[in-house]
Design a protein around this ligand. Structure first.
Ligand SMILES: [Zn+2]
Length: 340
């Protein structure tokens, strides 16, 4: 396994220091599996200002379709052959079809009846229940042998900088025979790796990172937590890999609890840096994919300019899919490690 980094140096004449020569380092890193590159650059302290949440949230409850007074009236229902009762309910959580679908089997699932849950108030219990409800939905589509029941995916956009148009915490839940781009690329490269090396890439990654130590965060149950070598996120990405699980339906109740616990640790650590938005995606294989390992990726999101609403994804990332990270993942690891 090769962790390749190409060092770069930019020389400028510095206007803040009488136009003296100044050298600015940066690094191009290659993902050891796919070869996809990321830039480690724009070094700055990982510290952001949080907004006034009362002001941010004020007025958004009135039109929120996920609040308890509206969710059972304004959200759609599944046809009888998929979910006979229309919507799936677990305590105060509700799962219903996504009204703006991007595939044939898409759902949204709310976290609770609470309109705004600050990031540090999200408990492992909230996450366990929301994941459980989503997994129950996946099991339903698996039981009816739906043709889209191949990749069981959860995406989480939390708060506006993540791409969420609603404050009310919810998950995007979908099953598809078509893995999205990066998942497809990973699976294809992991299959080649498996054929060539005779071992599972993710198992080897965990072994290598655990021995190296600088990006390893810890173990919770049979989940391993690492900072990603070549991240997409500006404040790094964190990956959690579940031993022996190939697909989402391989997750046990304990795995879901362990993943939930790890995610709240990350939220607590990033909150201290002023981060209050994130993305989280599942990256599973299909059932029986021995070259795959279930993993999820947590990626903190922020604004480059809060007042202007400037997102942290610009042309380089959006159109070239080139990651930009503003600190070394090994340094980000040191900030997160006390939580593990
Ligand atoms: Zn709401």
């Amino acid at each position: 396994m090769k962790f390749e980094a190409i060092g770069r140096e930019t020389v400028i004449l510095d206007p803040t220091n009488n136009m003296e020569r100044k050298s600015i380092p940066s690094e191009i890193r290659k993902d050891p599996l796919t070869g996809r590159t990321s830039r480690i650059c724009h070094f700055m302290p990982l510290k952001w200002e949080k907004p006034d949440f009362d002001q941010l949230v004020a007025g958004t409850q009135e039109y929120c379709p996920f609040c308890p007074d509206k969710v059972m009236k304004v959200t759609p229902c599944f046809p009888e052959d998929i979910v006979p009762e229309g919507r799936m309910v677990l305590d105060d959580k509700v799962l219903f079809p996504n009204i703006a679908p991007y595939d044939s089997l898409g759902a949204c699932a709310t976290f609770s009846g609470q309109h705004f849950i600050p990031m540090t108030d999200i408990t492992p219990g909230h996450i366990v229940d929301a994941f459980r409800l989503a997994i129950q939905f996946f099991q339903r589509v698996e039981d009816i042998q739906h043709p889209e029941s191949v990749y069981h995916l959860i995406n989480w956009n939390y708060m506006p900088a993540s791409g969420s148009s609603l404050i009310h915490p919810h998950l995007q839940v979908f099953a598809s025979a078509y893995a999205p781009n990066l998942l497809q690329e990973e699976l294809s490269c992991a299959k080649t790796y498996y054929q060539q090396q005779g071992t599972n890439y993710w198992d080897d990654l965990v072994k290598t990172e655990k021995a190296g130590g600088r990006r390893f965060l810890g173990r919770i149950g049979r989940t391993s937590w690492l900072t990603v070598y070549a991240p997409l996120g500006v404040a790094g990405d964190i990956i959690a890999i579940v031993d022996s699980a190939n697909c989402t339906l391989d997750l046990t109740a304990e795995d879901v609890e362990d993943l939930a616990q790890g995610l709240t640790k990350l939220m607590s650590a990033y909150d201290k840096m002023g981060v209050y938005n994130f993305n989280m995606n599942f990256f599973p294989g299909a059932s029986g994919d021995d070259h795959a390992r279930f993993h999820l990726v947590f990626s903190p999101r922020t604004f480059f300019n809060q007042a202007l609403g400037t997102p942290d994804v610009g042309a380089l990332r959006n159109l070239y899919n080139e990651g930009i990270c503003m600190a070394f993942p090994e340094e980000i690891n040191e900030k997160l490690k006390p939580e593990f």
